[in-house]
Design a protein around this ligand. Structure first.
Ligand SMILES: [Cu+2]
Length: 258
């Protein structure tokens, strides 16, 4: 009996630690707080997968505990030594298949929403990643922000707008990644990769190349500033005075955090 109580106490403590960990992270399970509608979709999938894993884990623990307690040795009589149990075998074969199928369906549905492109985006930015920095061109506004290779370039976007990012590379593979967006996409020479983001809050966040692209890959940082629409228009007007701008976000090491 003391052994059983100790086991139950340890299981309860483990469950408490797991739940406390989930609560302390706001049930985000380690994911960054998203700043785009696409990121919120990804976070929902991330949360759902973790809760599903927790449910499966709880079921397994419950079954293990049931077997340990229910079929523990009480005397020298052997329990049934039947070599098969068809219903149980069907259950534990079908359950993983159902779990994988459900995760697959939710993943595909989320992916379709995240990679969807609108017919008429509010803002278009041509994002060029090159060895080893970035250029952000606003073709409809005739404004370009390009790094001199040392400064951290800054992309400015309006909050609440549908922004199409057309990703291009003139040399080798790179990857556009803003962690707080919770989405990233490769820039591949000769491939037209496009994503859309709708930023939901004002702020400034760091971005970086997420594909090792050569010796100075580590320098490929940039920042994204999301501002109210009127501030965005004012920024464009200011940039038009100097349409091709070498611009530093702040220091030369990754821009603002966030
Ligand atoms: Cu890189």
């Amino acid at each position: 009996m003391p052994t059983r109580r100790r086991l139950l106490a340890r299981c309860s403590a483990l469950a408490l630690v797991l739940v406390a960990g989930a609560c302390s992270s706001g049930f985000d399970f380690g994911a960054p707080d998203p700043t785009t509608t696409q990121g919120e979709e990804v976070l929902d999938l991330w949360r759902g997968a973790h809760w599903a894993a927790a449910a499966v884990g709880a079921l397994i623990w419950a079954l293990v505990m049931f077997c340990i307690l229910r079929y523990r040795r009480r005397n020298d009589e052997l329990p049934s030594q039947s070599p098969e149990n068809i219903p149980v075998e069907v259950f534990y074969t079908l359950t993983p298949l159902v779990v994988v199928a459900v995760l697959f369906v939710f993943t595909v549905l989320t992916q379709q929403r995240v990679v969807a492109l609108s017919d008429d985006p509010d803002v278009v930015v041509d994002v060029v990643g090159f060895q080893w920095s970035w250029q952000f061109e606003y073709p409809e506004e005739e404004v370009t922000v390009v790094s001199n290779g040392f400064d951290t370039p800054r992309m400015v976007l309006p909050v609440g707008a549908t922004v199409r990012l057309r990703l291009e590379s003139p040399d080798v593979n790179h990857s556009f990644w803003v962690p707080r967006f919770l989405v990233k996409r490769d820039l591949i020479p000769g491939i037209d990769n496009e994503i859309e983001v709708e930023v939901t809050q004002a702020g400034e966040w760091e971005g970086r190349c997420a594909e090792f692209c050569g010796l100075d890959h580590y320098r490929m940082n940039f920042s994204v500033a999301a501002v109210p629409p009127e501030e965005y228009r004012a920024w464009l007007d200011e940039r038009r005075a100097d349409p091709v701008t070498t611009q530093a976000a702040s220091a030369s090491t990754g821009g603002a955090g966030g």
